[in-house]
Ligand binder design. Structure first.
Ligand code: XMP
Length: 485
């Protein structure tokens, strides 16, 4: 059976018409007999992006400049999802953003930030700022611990202190240190006993082997649903640029700790992307690789056979997308997700539904259609953790949200030297309302999803995907569902 026939079979089973192509507002999730007593009983939102990579909630953040830097990736991983560091940072900055996520909430840091004893306070400050952390360990040329500089040591210093040697400001040895094999519980006992916040780990020769941080142990307890790697660090995704040395970028990002690589282009159903996918898979056989965007099952098949684990689906549904208006292409998103997911399932691969999600209803519908996770742009762009600018208009707060192919974003890239000319903009730029914290937005989405699951009689997201089906609604049917006065 070829992919087209398999897709047809999937649609028949789901009771979906293969044409016309439907989108979020055209469908409603059919209710089913349910043995779920309380929505709060529903706690399993496990989502898989590859055979060897899972999340605790089916949400990833858009690899857009106004959505995902390290701050967003940290917040979303703490909530159980994954952030994709955007590709508009130069590669060295992308590497640093990945490292920031890997350091956050990490009870045991194997390679803590250090500086040599000959450095100035200014050098130390710059290094800490660069890595987004507030303390640094001072070592000699043989990596033996000499001291520690924490915010308490420099909080009130000014620029005139920048030239002072860091050794004059640090807390010197003997410091309280721990054995490199110490457990988190043993470290907590030492934090309490000595009233300290950081515990450098040194071996018998005094060589620095790691660092335990009280705050990070606390954070780990605070976020029990966080998505973590095998070492207990938050997970993070990072985006590759097709028109750069993507193999070198991929190796650098994996070395920095990226758990998932994303090769993202507007048209992934193309020879150049299939070739790139094959090369990345060959160079990094174990990497978790997401490739996108596509909107039809044949392209899913090509990319999965080329080596992708997961395919990002969506041509033109995004809140700031103009592709459909400019090029007259693109598939309505529910149809795109359903047909691509059907192909991916048969091939043992996964799909992310990217774009067009306006609330918890669309979120649940994308999952019912077969998405393993959704990618969110506009719903996350308004949060505290997005890098976009906060804008005050009258007494309302907004955050900047520019389509990646918008004129405004292209002009900024020209200014930064990463683009040479403005191309026909296929995106728009306008602010989104300020939305509070990522955790607040995620909670709203999960509460809505619990409700959908309870109506559909599904205990897990997987069950929702397998059991639930759609009804096709008329415009009047959709209108009927809106609150009226
Ligand atoms: P939402 O609806 O969540 O969509 O804001 C986010 C997704 O939109 C896509 N995107 C674009 N698509 N022109 C486009 O055609 C653009 O300028 C543009 N910028 C972002 C992208 O897939 C993102 O994840």
């Amino acid at each position: 059976m070829n992919i087209k026939q398999l897709v047809q079979k999937y649609f028949d089973r789901k009771g979906l018409p293969i044409r016309p192509a439907l989108t979020f507002s055209d469908v409603t999730i059919a209710t089913r007999y349910s043995d779920i007593a309380r929505r709060s009983d529903l706690q399993d939102f496990n989502a898989r992006l590859a055979k060897n990579f899972a999340l605790n909630i089916p949400i990833v953040s858009a690899n857009m400049e106004d959505v995902t830097g390290a701050g967003m990736a940290i917040a979303l991983a703490r909530a159980g999802g994954l952030g994709f560091i955007h590709q508009f940072f130069p590669i060295d900055q992308r590497v640093k953003e990945v490292q920031k996520v890997k350091r956050a909430d990490n009870a045991r840091i194997d390679r803590p930030l250090t500086i040599e004893a000959g450095a100035t306070f200014g050098d130390a400050l710059e290094k800490m700022k660069d890595h987004g952390i507030s303390s640094i360990l001072i070592v000699d040329g043989k990596k033996r611990l000499q001291g520690i500089l924490t915010s308490r040591d420099y909080r009130f210093l000014t620029e005139k202190d920048h030239k002072r040697p860091v050794t004059a400001l640090m807390k010197k040895m003997p410091l309280k240190t721990g054995d490199p094999r110490i457990t988190a519980e043993e470290a907590v006992a030492l934090f309490e006993k000595y009233k300290i916040e950081k515990l450098p780990l040194v071996d018998a020769r005094g060589v620095l082997r790691g660092l335990m941080s009280a705050k990070d142990i606390e954070k780990k307890r605070q976020y029990p649903h966080a998505a973590r790697d095998a070492k207990g660090r938050l997970v993070v995704g990072a985006t590759l640029r097709l028109n750069a040395d993507y193999l070198d970028e991929a190796k650098q990002l994996v070395a920095a700790g990226a758990d998932v690589l994303l090769l993202d282009t507007a048209r992934a159903g193309s020879e150049i992307v299939v070739t790139a996918t094959k090369k990345i898979r060959k160079a990094l056989p174990k990497a978790v690789l997401v490739v996108g965007n596509v909107d039809n099952p044949e392209h899913v098949e090509l990319l999965v056979r080329a080596g992708a684990d997961c395919i990002k689906v969506g041509i033109g549904p995004g809140a700031r997308c103009k592709t459909r208006m400019v090029a007259g292409v693109g598939t309505p998103q529910i149809y795109a997700i359903a047909s691509c997911a059907a192909a991916a399932r048969e091939l043992g691969a996964y799909v992310i539904g990217d774009g067009g999600i306006r609330g918890s209803d669309d979120f649940a519908k994308a999952l019912v259609a077969g998405a393993d996770a959704v990618m969110l742009g506009s719903l996350l762009a308004g949060t505290d953790e997005s890098p976009g600018l906060l804008i005050r208009k009258g007494n309302q707060l907004w955050k900047q949200y520019r389509g990646s192919a918008s004129l405004e974003h292209q002009l900024e890239r020209i200014k930064k030297g990463s683009l040479d000319e403005v191309r026909n903009p296929e995106g728009e730029s306008s602010p989104v309302a300020y939305a509070g914290s990522v955790s607040y937005v995620v909670k709203g989405l999960l509460d809505g999803l619990r409700s959908s699951m309870s109506y559909a009689g599904a205990h897990t997201v997987k069950e929702l995907q397998e059991k639930a089906s759609f009804l096709w609604v008329s415009d009047n049917g959709y209108e009927e569902g809106k609150p009226r006065s």
